[in-house]
Structures are given as C-alpha cells and as structure tokens.
Write a protein of this length. Structure first.
Length: 201
C-alpha cells in the first residue's frame, strides 16, 4: 500500500472518530450527566399520611426539588443526588351544633438519589428510579365551639410528632428544548403520583 493511501485512510479514521465523539457529546447533552443540574417544580397526589381518607380534604403536595449528576457511566446511565422540600395540608370538618375543624400540615425536607437510564434512541427522554429519605415536620390545630376540645391534652391525642419517612419512585422526564421539560413520577411515600416542570442547566 502506498504511503499516500495510508495517510488518506488515517485521515479518514481520525475524521470519523472525531465526528463520533462530537455526536456522542451532543447526544449526552440531552441527558442527565455528570455536572448537569435540574430543578423541578411539581404537584403530587395521595401519599402515606396518618390522617387521610373519606371526609378528609387535602391539598396537593407542592414540591421543589434539585438534583445533579455525580456518578456518570454507571452501566448505561448516571446516578444523581439532590434534595426536596414539599408542603401538604389536610382538613377535616364535622359536627352539628358543635362543629370541629381539624387541620394537619406537613413540611417535608428530604435527600434524594436516582439512577437515570440512558436511552440511545431518544436523547430528550430521561427515565429514572430512586429513593428519598425525608424528615416530616408536622403541626396540628383545631377550631371548635365545643369547650371540651379546648383542652391541650386533646390536641396531643389528635396529632403526632415529627418523624422520618422513606419514599420510592420511578419517573420520566421529557425535554421540549435544551432547558425546559416536564416530568411525571409514580411512587410510594410522600406522594403516589407527581407531575410538573423541569429546568436543566
């Protein structure tokens, strides 16, 4: 083989390798990767709470979370870590001549970790699964015209102290652009179903 042919083949291989590298970097820019951060604002429904069910009226669980890719190339994906803060409240009204309005609120502060699978065929779709360990700050109050319910000991019987809880979830996030996307999560813990918007930077 002539030297010129060898040089030509070498140049072609270098160009091919460079093109594949650039394409791979551009593709990975659409996914969770090392150093990539996301902020998510969501509304969740349901969840594991002591006071819920027939007659109880609850607000959605409004959540704000942050996550960042820290461990890339773990199999076909990336591990992210982050945190979440959320709020939920529940009310229960009952009574006739004597009325009672009970109110529970939950401030949830947790740390999250997730595994993001890299689908090579769709670089705008970010499927993931993870868990969260959270601290639930609870409060309880009652409004009633029943004089017996003004006893502080009754308040203690109807509420409960702060506690630690664990949640598990699977979800998917789809990006409409390089920055903005939407997500849906199904889980067991602080919320059964959550949806909202994501921003990547």
């Amino acid at each position: 083989m002539k030297m010129t042919n060898r040089i030509y083949i070498l140049i072609c291989l270098i160009l091919l390798f460079s093109s594949l590298t650039i394409m791979n970097k551009q593709a990975k820019a659409q996914l969770m990767d090392e150093g990539v951060s996301m902020i998510n604002l969501g509304a969740g429904f349901g969840g594991l709470y002591k006071y819920s069910g027939l007659g109880y009226v609850s607000t959605p669980t409004i959540s704000l979370s942050y996550e960042m890719g820290v461990f890339p190339d773990i199999g076909p994906g990336t591990i992210s870590i982050g945190g979440l803060i959320a709020y939920k409240s529940t009310d229960y009204d009952w009574g006739g001549l004597m009325y009672y309005r009970q109110h529970w609120s939950y401030l949830i502060i947790g740390g999250r970790g997730a595994y993001h699978y890299d689908f090579s065929w769709d670089k705008k779709f970010d499927p993931y699964a993870g868990f969260m360990m959270a601290y639930y700050i609870t409060s309880y109050s009652i409004d009633s015209n029943d004089p017996l319910k003004s006893d502080p000991s009754w308040l203690l019987d109807s509420g409960y102290s702060n506690y630690i809880g664990m949640s598990f979830y699977v979800g998917g996030r789809y990006f409409f652009s390089d920055v903005f996307g939407a997500f849906v999560e199904a889980g067991y813990g602080y919320s059964f179903l959550t949806g909202g918007l994501s921003v990547k930077f």
